[in-house]
Design a protein around this ligand. Structure first.
Ligand SMILES: Nc1nc2c(ncn2[C@@H]2O[C@H](COP(=O)(O)OP(=O)(O)OP(=O)(O)O)[C@@H](O)[C@H]2O)c(=O)[nH]1
Ligand SMILES: [Mg+2]
Length: 636
C-alpha cells in the first residue's frame, strides 16, 4: 500500500474544494464561516483510496487549500507535506494572480509531481477550453508541470465529466512519486489542535518522514514538552502506527490544547535541537517587485510554521530578482529545521511571495567568538561550506560537517541532530570516509584525518616547548598537557587520548610526558608536607615512601622548591609554604600582648621542639617578622 498526500492549489473560486468533494465525497470546508461565505479560509482534509496499476491500493490524503490572497499563509501551512499537486485553473477564468503565486510556491517548495486540472469545463464551449488549454501550456513551459510529462485534464465537478480521466492520471502520477522514508526519524508538523470528547487533546498533520506508533513518547518543538501518543488515526481510522506520507491524527497525553499550536513539530525525544539561525540557499523570484536588501525582515514560512525572519546576505548588500544566493536567516524564536527543508519568504508590504529556498545548515557554528573561528567568517569560507553542503554526496556532507568542528570533532549524537539522518546512515557514511582514510573515529566521535595529524603535531610541539622553557623539570604532566591543548586548540578529550597513545606507542613521546606515577609522587610529597604543618617529616623519610626512583624524586623536590610550594629553611628542614604562612600570622598576632618572645615562649606558642624552634626563629628573623634582641625576639 502506498500512501501519498495530494494538495490542491489555485486561485479563489476556481473549484478546488468542489473537485476534492467530487473525487472523495468529502466536503473539506469544515468551518461554519466557510460554508456561509462559500470560500475556503483554512486548510481542509479528505481522503480516498484508488486501485493502483499493479493491484496495490493507493491511499491518497488530500489537503485542500484556500485560494483567497488573504489566506496564502494558511495555504503555506498545508503545502509543505504534499507529494502530488492538483493545480486547479477554472476554464472560464484561466490564469489569475493566485494561480501564479501558488505555482511559484509549489516550485520553491520543491513539489515534483502534479496534474493541471481545468475545472468548470461545463461552463465554457469547446473553443474557449482549447484557448485556455494553450494559455496554460504556455504558462507551464519549462516547469515540473510541463505537459506531456504532467498532463492537463479538463473536468467538471458539476457533471462529473473528465473525473475518470483525472483518477487515471492520478494513479499514473502516484506511481512515479518517490515514497517518503518511513524508516527515517519522524517529524510531524502540527496543522490542527483540538479537543475531542472522550479523547482529550488531538493534533493533526502530514507525517513528512518516519513513523509514529501508539504509546510512543515524542518531544514537542520548540517548547521541549514531552508527550505520549495515546492513539493514532490515519484517514479517520484507528491504527497502530502512522507512516510518512499519511495524514495523521494523534491523541496525546501530557499536553493540553494550550500547550500546542499550528507550526509546532513533533519528533522523537532528545534527538534534535531547535535553532534560531539557519544557513540557506535562497532564491528571489523574477517576479519579486524589488531587490532584497541585506538585513531585510520578511515573513518566513516552513512546514506549518510562520515567523518573522531577518535575512543576512553575508558579503553582499542585496540580491536581484531571479537570482540565488547563500544567506543566513535569523528567527525570533527557535524552530526545528533540518537540512533539505524548504521555506517560503513573503515581503512585508504588500504581503506577497518573493522567494524561498532550502535549508543547508540548521546548526551553524560560526561566527565564533574565539579567534580560531575568525577565518571561517569570511564570505568565501562560508560560500565554500554552503557549496559542499548543497551539492556534496552524503559522505562528503558528513566530511564537511566533521571538518568544520576541527579538533572538537563531531559526535554521533551531534551528527544525528545536525543532519536528521539516522545513526545507521551516519555510521555507513563514516565507514565510506574511513575507507578513504579521511576519518579517525573514537568511540563516539569523528575527526578528520587532518585534525588527527594536527593533534599529534600540537602535542609534540607543546611537549618540546615545555622542555625548552623548563629543562629542570623531569617531564610534562599529562594533565598539564591536556590543559594546554584545551586552551590552545580546544582539543576534544577523545582526540587527545588517541593522539597521545599513538605517539607513545610509536615512541615519539617516550619519557617526555611525565608518567602517571611521577605526578602521583609529586602530589604525595606535597600532601605529606602540607598535613605535617610545622612538625615536618624528614625529607628522606618522605622520599623513601615513594614509588619513583631516588633521582626522579630529588628532581620533583627541586621542582617544588623552585615553585616555592616547599620552602627550605635550613639544610635539614623543609616546610610547606602554607605552614610557614600560618606561623607568620600566629607570631604577628602576639605583638600586642607579648611584643617580646623568648625561645621557650615560641615553643609554647607553636608546640615545636627546640630542634625546630631555632631554625624557624632564624627564618623569621631573615623574613623580618622578628628581630633578635639578646636571647629574645622582638616582633616587628
Ligand atoms: N459550473 C461549475 N461550477 C463549479 C465547478 N466547480 C466548482 N464550481 C463552483 O464554483 C464555486 C467555487 O467553488 P469552490 O470549490 O468553493 O472553489 P475553491 O477553489 O475551493 O475556492 P476557495 O477555496 O475559496 O479558493 C462554487 O460555487 C462551485 O459550485 C464546476 O466544475 N462547474
Ligand atoms: Mg475551497
Amino acid at each position: 500500500m502506498k500512501s501519498i498526500i495530494v494538495g490542491t492549489a489555485g486561485h479563489i473560486d476556481h473549484g478546488k474544494t468542489a473537485l476534492v468533494k467530487a473525487l472523495t465525497g468529502i466536503d473539506a470546508d469544515r468551518l461554519v464561516e466557510e460554508k456561509r461565505r462559500g470560500i475556503t479560509i483554512d486548510l481542509g482534509f479528505a481522503h480516498m483510496e484508488l486501485p493502483g496499476a499493479n493491484g496495490e491500493t493507493l491511499r491518497l490524503g488530500f489537503v485542500d487549500v484556500p485560494g483567497h490572497e488573504r489566506f496564502v499563509r494558511n495555504m503555506l501551512a498545508g503545502v509543505g507535506g504534499i507529494d502530488l499537486v492538483l493545480l486547479v485553473i477554472a476554464a472560464d477564468e484561466s490564469i489569475k494572480p493566485q494561480t501564479r503565486e501558488h505555482f511559484d510556491i509549489l516550485q520553491l517548495i520543491g513539489v515534483q509531481r502534479g496534474i493541471t486540472v481545468l475545472t468548470k469545463s461545463d461552463a465554457v464551449d469547446a473553443e474557449t477550453l482549447d484557448v485556455v488549454r494553450l494559455e496554460v501550456e504556455e504558462f507551464l513551459r519549462g516547469t515540473f508541470l510541463e505537459p506531456p510529462k504532467s498532463p492537463i485534464v479538463a473536468v467538471s465537478s458539476l457533471t462529473g465529466a473528465g473525473l475518470e480521466n483525472l483518477k487515471r492520471a492520478m494513479v499514473t502520477a502516484t506511481a512515479s512519486v518517490t515514497p517518503r522514508d518511513s524508516h527515517a526519524l519522524a517529524r510531524l508538523p502540527i496543522d490542527r489542535v483540538f479537543t475531542m470528547k472522550g479523547f482529550g487533546t488531538v493534533v493533526t498533520g502530514t507525517l513528512i518522514s518516519g513513523a509514529i506508533h501508539k504509546e510512543e513518547e515524542l518531544e514537542v518543538f520548540p517548547t521541549g514538552l514531552r508527550v505520549r501518543v495515546r492513539g493514532v488515526q490515519v484517514h479517520g481510522h484507528t491504527a497502530d502506527a502512522a507512516v510518512a506520507g499519511q495524514r495523521t491524527a494523534l491523541n496525546l497525553a501530557g499536553a493540553s490544547v494550550e500547550d500546542l499550536s499550528r507550526g509546532m513539530i513533533l519528533a522523537p525525544p532528545a534527538t534534535f535541537a531547535a535553532t534560531r539561525r539557519i544557513d540557506v540557499k535562497l532564491r528571489l523570484l523574477s517576479s519579486a517587485p524589488r531587490p532584497l536588501q541585506n538585513r531585510t525582515r520578511v515573513h518566513f514560512h516552513s512546514h506549518t510554521m510562520e515567523e518573522v525572519a531577518e535575512v543576512k546576505l553575508l558579503g553582499e548588500t542585496q540580491i536581484a530578482p531571479g537570482k540565488s544566493i547563500f544567506a543566513r536567516l535569523t528567527l525570533p524564536r527557535p524552530a526545528l529545521l533540518l537540512p533539505g527543508d524548504r521555506f517560503i519568504l513573503r515581503q512585508f508590504s504588500p504581503v506577497v511571495t518573493v522567494g524561498g529556498g532550502t535549508v543547508l545548515d540548521a546548526a551553524p557554528i560560526f561566527p565564533q567568538t574565539k579567534k580560531r573561528g575568525r577565518a571561517n567568517e569570511s564570505p568565501t569560507a562560508f560560500a565554500q561550506l554552503m557549496q559542499a553542503l548543497e551539492s556534496g554526496s552524503q559522505d562528503e556532507i558528513l566530511a564537511s560537517r566533521i571538518m568544520r568542528r576541527g579538533q572538537q570533532g563531531l559526535s554521533l549524537v551531534q551528527a544525528v541532530a545536525e543532519t536528521g539522518w539516522t545513526r545507521g546512515e551516519i555510521t555507513e557514511f563514516a565507514a565510506t570516509l574511513a575507507k578513504k582514510r579521511q576519518l579517525m573515529q573514537t568511540q563516539d566521535r569523528m575527526f578528520t584525518a587532518q585534525a588527527y595529524d594536527l593533534a599529534q603535531k600540537s602535542l609534540l610541539n607543546a611537549v618540546s616547548l615545555f622542555h625548552e622553557h623548563d629543562p629542570l623539570r623531569p617531564g610534562m604532566a599529562k594533565k598539564e598537557l591536556r590543559e594546554e591543548m584545551t586552551r590552545a586548540v580546544e582539543m576534544a578529550g577523545e582526540l587527545f587520548e588517541a593522539a597521545l597513545s599513538s605517539l607513545v606507542e610509536r615512541k615519539k613521546l617516550e619519557g617526555a610526558v611525565m608518567r602517571e606515577d611521577e605526578a602521583e609522587s609529586k602530589k604525595k610529597i606535597e600532601e605529606a608536607f602540607a598535613s605535617a604543618g610545622l612538625k615536618v617529616p624528614a625529607l628522606h623519610e618522605v622520599l623513601a615512601g615513594l614509588t619513583v626512583d631516588k633521582v626522579r624524586a630529588q628532581k620533583i623536590v627541586t621542582l617544588l622548591l623552585r615553585d616555592k610550594i616547599l620552602i627550605k629553611i635550613s639544610d635539614e628542614l623543609v616546610f610547606h609554604r602554607a605552614a610557614l604562612e600560618e606561623l607568620r600570622r600566629l607570631v604577628v598576632a602576639q605583638k600586642l600582648q607579648h611584643p617580646k618572645m623568648d625561645v621557650a615562649k615560641f615553643k609554647e606558642l607553636t608546640g615545636v621542639s627546640r630542634k625546630y624552634a631555632i631554625p624557624l626563629l632564624e627564618y623569621l628573623d631573615r623574613e623580618r617578622v622578628t628581630r633578635r634582641v639578646g636571647d629574645a625576639r622582638e616582633i616587628l
